[in-house]
Design a protein around this ligand. Structure first.
Ligand SMILES: *Cc1c(COP(=O)(O)O)cnc(C)c1O
Length: 423
């Protein structure tokens, strides 16, 4: 990769905040990819957001395809979500006792995802995957976990054996500070190839549609193969649907692909921009959890009333029709981007998600995604778009998250910006 441009610390309000942030926050950010390290320059600091747009502290408006990395599918500051959260806040922000809205949200998730009979709410995708693995290990009495290169499952120690998203963007195979012991039971296999398992394996965890190495769809037979290979050796299959859940379709990726895992992890969309995630599965599996079973898992703020109110408001706005509508729009958008981009640029699309790859060869795994990133073309595209009022994530391994708030006008503007940025 070419040397990223030196952060030009100028005189904008964002620059000023960033230089202050660098003094008191490591790297100036609370999640690494936000720092613009892999694309150069300094991040824009957000003042506010509404619908398809974010405004930075200098008053620039961007058509936003980051949408909190997929946490916002209705668009920013959706009135239904804002109202639900405000109403909840006025009744108290956390109790340490169960609430009605936790029950309603668990019921709603369970109703949408056949097989997800019981749900436990947590605060982040990281917690969801970490806890789902703990259940899987307890239920099988086995230790080993199989993951796939380029998939990201949050930052718990055992899952930092390798990873997409921030970790891959920074070019690290794993993370410092993670002991060998912590990853000694984690096996990393190539995506889109069904690994041969043995009876040491407790679980296979996978993004059913990979969206942390750019957008990589499962090839026909991959998920089906994982399902039957898990069944053959008695391992559990875990779908990490933290991105795909309630984004690809009403019932998430398991509905679209027709393959049902044993455990699901959800996040992002179901919190509507508040810290909320979940994992779910059959009663048999989920009752391994305390207080019923021996698997300890807990959280002071788990099932937080603001977060559950937001989640319920989001899901209430997501009926079956909106997904088909969004998928149609996004498909058209991807086609238009591919048209203006021309050869050497790919615009993979999977229903409501899309990405960008550079190069001619189709990308089916992390090796392919890395080849695309190593062309070094993403930073120029990202900055070219930003200059033209369109925000995409500052990392070559991220995807674009169109929301229901994006209008035809917004898509048109984005296509024009793409065309300009690629020149
Ligand atoms: C974002 C993400 C996570 C981690 O979720 P956090 O809420 O950031 O901890 C896990 N898995 C996938 C697929 C994700 O995209």
């Amino acid at each position: 990769m070419p040397e990223p441009a030196k952060p030009a610390l100028g005189t904008s309000a964002s620059d000023e905040l960033f230089s202050r942030a660098l003094r008191v926050i490591p790297g100036g950010v609370n999640s690494p990819v936000r720092a613009f390290k892999s694309v150069g320059g300094t991040p824009y600091f957000v003042e506010r957001a509404e619908g398809a747009y974010v405004w930075d502290v200098d008053g620039n408006r961007y058509v936003d395809f980051v949408q909190s990395y997929g946490a916002s599918i209705l668009g920013h500051a959706h009135p239904g979500v804002v109202e639900a959260v405000s109403r909840a806040a006025s009744r108290g922000t956390s109790y340490g006792a169960p609430t009605r809205s936790e029950v309603l949200l668990a019921e709603e998730i369970s109703a949408r995802v056949p097989g997800a009979d019981m749900v436990r709410l947590v605060n982040s995708g990281t917690e969801a995957t970490m806890s789902a693995l703990r259940v899987a290990r307890a239920a099988t009495g086995r230790d080993r976990v199989v993951t796939f290169a380029g998939c990201y499952h949050g930052h718990s120690d055992g899952l930092l054996a390798s990873g997409g998203s921030g970790v891959a963007t920074l070019g690290l195979a794993s993370s410092a500070g993670v002991t060998k012991a912590a990853v000694s039971d984690t096996v990393v296999a190539p995506y889109n190839t069904v690994p041969v398992l043995d009876e040491l394996v407790a679980a296979v965890i996978v993004e059913p549609v990979a969206a942390n190495m750019g957008l990589v769809a499962p090839v026909p037979g991959f998920l089906e193969g994982l399902r039957s290979e898990c069944d053959r050796v008695g391992a559990l299959l875990i779908f990490d649907e933290v991105i795909t859940g309630f984004r690809l379709a009403y019932g998430g990726a398991s509905e679209v692909t027709g393959v049902a895992p044993d455990l699901w992890c959800f996040g992002k969309v179901i919190g509507g921009g508040l810290p909320l995630a979940a994992f779910a599965g059959s009663r048999d599996l989920m009752e391994h959890l305390a207080p019923v079973g021996p698997v300890y898992q807990a959280g002071t703020l788990s099932g937080n009333p603001l977060a559950t109110a937001a989640g319920l408001a989001v899901l209430a706005a997501l009926d079956r029709d909106v997904y088909d509508e969004l998928a149609l729009r996004v498909g058209r958008f991807a086609g238009q981007l591919a048209d203006v981009a021309g050869p050497g640029v790919q615009v993979p699309v999977y229903r409501t998600l899309l990405g960008v790859f550079f190069g001619e060869a189709p990308v089916a795994d992390f090796t392919g995604a890395t080849m695309s990133a190593s062309t070094g073309r993403y930073p120029a595209l990202m900055h070219g778009l930003l200059d033209r009022g369109v925000a995409i994530a500052p990392g070559a391994y991220e995807v674009m998250f169109p929301s229901l708030a994006h209008s035809e006008d917004d898509y048109e503007r984005a296509v024009e910006a793409f065309s300009g940025a690629l020149e």
